[in-house]
Design a protein around this ligand. Structure first.
Ligand code: NDP
Length: 293
């Protein structure tokens, strides 16, 4: 068997076009969704992410604000920036790019964001809303993007055994909370694996849907995957590759080639979950705006 490839680039583009069409229609009523992205420091990966987010915002016809400050920014000043954005009526979504410098308490900053503008979905209010199934929850972009991939590729989650590998706050836990909700894209029987899981390969072999979010290159091997399973690879890992000019290439948490021989459907890396994350950020900003105007 050779798996069907779930194309995150194409789906991400479709979702961004849907958002852009709604933004254009809303403009006629004089409202424009606005997203503020706050970047502290010079982390090259963070800078690249922020650049992509800004570009996606402009392409969707949204108002975009980038707040960039040096690595030495005092915590109090960052909190003041968040306060100012919380009160800015032109801003409907606020994203503070992580990781923050070590002298800043990330938790404190994320808690300061008005939950109605928390388009990353990390504030406890949104986490709680997600858990109880409140549709006004702003959902974390990466797992919410995975749900869209499953839904829009006709992959049935109802009654499916879904095994998530990884229990982080940004991917694994919200992924589990989304998949156990009632209704489309939910109703799955969910197992969450982590570093203390006993006989992880046996647990993963029971999965109809495997979602890997571990951060370890090619951790999920073909022997762990049941024939006909759907495999979603959230991982992004750099591995050395002297044969390419950059000296490295990106691989996921899944051994793509061998697993694709066994699975029914699989996401590639790059070009899978990654582009969905930015698309869902745009969708969340639009949702945040619609919930307040
Ligand atoms: P974290 O490092 O926060 O979490 C990793 C999780 O994997 C932990 O729960 C850890 O378990 C578990 N884990 C690590 N090693 C093992 C092991 N040997 N066996 C079983 N479980 C293990 O990572 P993130 O969730 O933030 O990210 C995961 C991956 O997804 C990364 O590659 C990251 O780059 C990528 N990512 C991609 C995004 C995208 O847009 N595509 C967005 C966000 C992340 P324990 O809790 O027990 O330590």
């Amino acid at each position: 068997m050779s798996a069907r490839i779930i194309d995150g680039v194409a789906l991400g583009k479709t979702i961004r076009q849907e958002v852009a069409a709604e933004v254009a229609a809303l403009k006629g009523r004089g409202v424009v969704p606005g997203l503020a992205v706050v970047l502290v420091g010079e982390n090259p990966a963070s800078k690249a992410y922020v650049g992509s987010k800004e570009k996606a915002c402009l392409e969707a016809g949204m108002h975009s604000v980038k707040v960039q400050r040096p690595e030495t920014l005092p915590e109090a000043d960052l909190l003041a920036i968040v306060d100012q954005l919380n009160h800015d009526p032109a801003i409907h979504g606020i994203l503070v790019q992580l990781p923050l410098p070590k002298h800043i308490n990330t938790e404190k900053v994320l808690l300061r964001i008005n939950p109605a503008k928390d388009v990353d979905g990390f504030h406890p209010v949104n986490v709680g809303k997600l858990v109880i199934g409140d549709p006004t929850a702003l959902r974390p972009c990466t797992p919410w993007g995975v749900i869209q991939m499953l839904l829009r590729n006709g992959i049935e989650t109802r009654g499916a055994n879904a095994v998530i590998i990884g229990r982080s706050t940004i991917v694994g836990k919200p992924m589990a909370n989304l998949l156990i909700q009632t209704g489309p894209g939910g109703d799955a029987t969910v197992t969450v694996c982590h570093s203390k899981t006993r006989d992880l390969p046996a647990v993963v072999r029971g999965a109809d849907i495997v979602i890997a979010a571990i951060g370890k290159a090619e951790f999920v091997t073909a022997d762990m995957v049941r024939p006909g399973a759907t495999v979603i690879d959230v991982g992004i890992n750099r591995v050395d590759d002297p044969s390419v000019p950059k000296g490295y290439r990106l691989v996921g948490d899944v051994a793509y080639g061998p697993v694709a021989e066994k699975a029914a459907a699989i996401t590639p890396v790059p070009g899978g979950v990654g582009p969905m994350t930015i698309a869902m950020l745009m969708a969340n900003t639009l949702q945040a705006m619609k919930q307040v105007v």
